[in-house]
Design a protein around this ligand. Structure first.
Ligand SMILES: C[S@@+](CC[C@H](N)C(=O)[O-])C[C@H]1O[C@@H](n2cnc3c(N)ncnc32)[C@H](O)[C@@H]1O
Ligand code: SF4
Length: 460
C-alpha cells in the first residue's frame, strides 16, 4: 500500500481524526459482556478440544521495572520477586486448567509472550514458563515462538537463552530516540541499548525482528521524529510498528498526571509526523502492511500482504489464518470458535483465582451470524484495503447494498471525498482512504453507538 500524500487535505484530516476502534477484534472489547463466565468458557474450550487444528497461545507477563508514563498496556511495576513467583504459580495453574478442559494434548503453532515485559523474567523463570507450555501442549517443530522485549532490561545472555528455548521472533520497544522526549515519557533508553539488542538478536539468528515506535508523543515534532527514523533506518529492523500515541487521560491516571496536554503535538503536527513517516519509510524501502505496520519487502508479512494471505488478530497482523488463539495470564484475551474472552485485569484477583484452579474470564462474547459476517468484512478491509461484494454476497447469501444500506450511504459520502472507489462488484480504498481505514470500517460496526461512551483513541 502506498499513499498519495498530496491528496490528504487538512479538512479531511480534521473531519476523520476522531475517536475510533483499532479493530484488533470485532466486536470490539468494550461491547463484550461483563460477568463471570467460567462455565461458558469451559464449554467453549471443551468444544475447541474437538477441533484438530493447532492453536496459538498468548502468555501475558505484566511485569516492568519502571513505569513509562505513556503506556497503555496492562502492566505491573514491581521489584518484588515474591509477586513474580506467585504470578508464575498462577500461570502454571491456568495453563494446566486450560489444557485439561481442552481434553487433548493440543498442537501449538504459535507461542507469543507479551506484556508488560517478558524479559523482566530471569533465566530460571523464563525456562519455567517454557516448561509449563511443553508439559501441557505439543509445540509443532516449525512452531513460531515470539516475544516482546524491552532493550533496557534485555541482556545478551537472555537473548541467547530465549533462542535456545526456541524463540525466533522478537519485538523491541523503542518508541522514540530523542532524550528530551524520553524524559517526557519517563523512558530513558540509549541508542546503544537499541542497537545492542537488535544486533545481538540478529547475530544469534532471530528473524523478523520488529521495533515499536510511537508518533504523537509529548514534545515530538516532525524534525525530531525524522531523526529517530533516520537512526532506526540504519538499524534496519525487518518490521516496524509505528503506533499513534493513544492518549487516554480518562482511562489512565499516568496519562492525566504525567503527560501535559500542552506538550503534545497539535493534531496538525501529529498528522504531519504521520505523513512524513509514511513517506520516509516508503523511500527507505519498507512496505506499508496495514494500519501502523511496515516491513521490508522480503519479510513474510510483506509477502503475505502482496499475496493477500494477511490476517489480523489481537497481536496485530499475522500470516496465520483462522487459528484459535488462547490467552493466559492477567487481562489476556482469547479468540476462538465464535467466541471472545478476557481474563480479569486485576493481578491480585487473577493470582487468587488461578491458584484456586478457577478460570473466570470477566468479559466475553459469543458471536452471532451477523457478527461473524461483519467481523469477516472488517478484517478483509483492514488487511487488503478492499472488499469483493460478490464474494460476500455468495458466501453469506446477502444482497450487499440491502444488507448494509446505512453503511452504503456512508460509503457514498466517502466516495465523494475520494476515500473509496465503489462499484457493484467491489469496495476499494484509495491511497488516501488507506490512512483512514479505521473510519471506513466504522459504518460496518453495528455496536458503535453502544460503545460510543467508551474510550477509544483518535483514529490518526
Ligand atoms: C508491551 S509493550 C512492548 C515491550 C516492552 N514492555 C517495552 O516497552 O519495550 C507494547 C508496545 O505498545 C506500545 N504502546 C504502549 N502504550 C501505548 C500508547 N498509549 N499508545 C500507543 N502505543 C502504545 C508501545 O510501542 C510498546 O512498545
Ligand atoms: S511501555 Fe513497556 S516497559 Fe514501559 S510500562 Fe509499558 S509495558 Fe512496561
Amino acid at each position: 500500500m502506498t499513499t498519495d500524500l498530496l491528496a490528504v487535505t487538512p479538512e479531511i484530516i480534521q473531519r476523520y481524526n476522531r475517536p475510533g476502534p483499532r479493530y484488533t477484534s470485532y466486536p470490539t472489547v468494550p461491547v463484550w459482556s461483563e460477568g463471570y463466565f467460567s462455565e461458558d468458557y469451559a464449554a467453549c474450550l471443551q468444544k475447541e478440544g474437538l477441533n484438530e487444528k493447532p492453536i496459538s497461545l498468548y502468555l501475558h507477563i505484566p511485569f516492568c521495572r519502571q513505569l513509562c508514563t505513556f503506556c497503555g498496556c496492562n502492566k505491573n511495576i514491581t521489584n518484588n520477586q515474591d509477586i513474580v513467583e506467585r504470578y508464575l504459580d498462577a500461570l502454571d495453574q491456568e495453563i494446566a486448567g486450560v489444557a485439561k478442559l481442552l481434553g487433548v494434548r493440543k498442537k501449538i503453532a504459535q507461542v507469543h509472550f507479551g506484556g508488560g515485559t517478558p524479559t523482566y523474567l530471569n533465566h530460571s523463570q523464563l525456562r519455567r514458563v517454557v516448561e509449563m507450555i511443553h508439559s501441557c501442549f505439543d509445540v509443532q517443530e516449525d512452531g513460531e515462538w515470539a516475544l516482546e522485549a524491552d532493550p533496557r532490561v534485555t541482556t545478551n545472555k537472555q537473548l541467547e537463552l530465549l533462542y535456545e528455548l526456541g524463540f525466533r521472533r522478537i519485538s523491541f520497544g523503542v518508541q522514540d530516540l530523542d532524550p528530551a522526549i524520553q524524559q517526557a515519557i519517563n523512558r530513558n533508553q540509549t541508542v546503544e541499548q537499541s542497537w545492542r539488542t537488535l544486533e545481538t538478536a540478529r547475530n544469534l539468528g532471530y528473524k523478523s525482528i520488529n521495533m515499536d515506535l510511537i508518533y504523537g508523543l509529548p514534545l515530538q515534532t516532525r524534525q525530531s521524529f525524522r531523526k529517530t527514523l533516520e537512526e532506526v533506518y540504519k538499524m534496519r529492523p525487518d518490521r516496524l510498528a509505528i503506533y499513534s500515541f493513544a492518549y487516554l487521560p480518562g482511562m489512565f491516571k499516568t496519562h492525566k498526571r504525567a503527560i501535559r496536554e500542552k506538550d503534545l503535538p497539535s493534531p496538525e503536527e501529529k498528522i504531519a509526523i504521520y505523513l512524513e513517516t509514511i513517506r520516509f519509510l516508503d523511500e527507505a524501502g519498507y512496505v506499508m502492511i496495514g494500519m501502523d505496520h511496515y516491513a521490508l519487502p522480503t519479510d513474510e508479512l510483506a509477502l503475505a500482504a502482496k499475496n493477500r494471505t494477511l490476517h489480523r488478530n489481537f497481536m496485530g497482523y499475522t500470516t496465520l489464518h483462522n487459528m484459535a488463539q488462547i490467552g493466559v495470564g492477567v487481562s489476556a484475551i482469547s479468540d476462538f470458535g465464535d467466541s471472545y474472552w478476557q481474563n480479569t485485569k486485576e493481578i491480585d484477583q487473577y493470582m487468587n483465582e488461578a491458584t484456586e484452579k478457577k478460570l473466570i474470564p470477566r468479559k466475553g462474547m459469543i458471536l452471532d451470524e451477523e457478527d461473524l459476517l461483519r467481523r469477516d468484512l472488517i478484517e478483509t478491509l483492514m488487511c487488503h484495503g478492499e472488499i469483493s461484494i460478490t464474494d460476500f454476497e455468495t458466501r453469506y447469501k446477502i444482497i450487499f447494498q440491502d444488507h448494509f444500506s446505512q453503511a452504503w450511504k456512508k460509503l457514498e459520502q466517502f466516495k465523494q471525498e475520494g476515500l473509496v472507489k465503489l462499484s457493484l462488484e467491489k469496495i476499494e480504498l484509495t491511497p488516501v482512504g488507506i490512512l483512514f481505514t479505521r473510519n471506513l470500517a466504522m459504518p460496518f460496526d453495528r455496536y458503535l453507538e453502544e460503545s460510543a461512551n467508551q474510550h477509544f483513541s483518535k483514529t490518526v
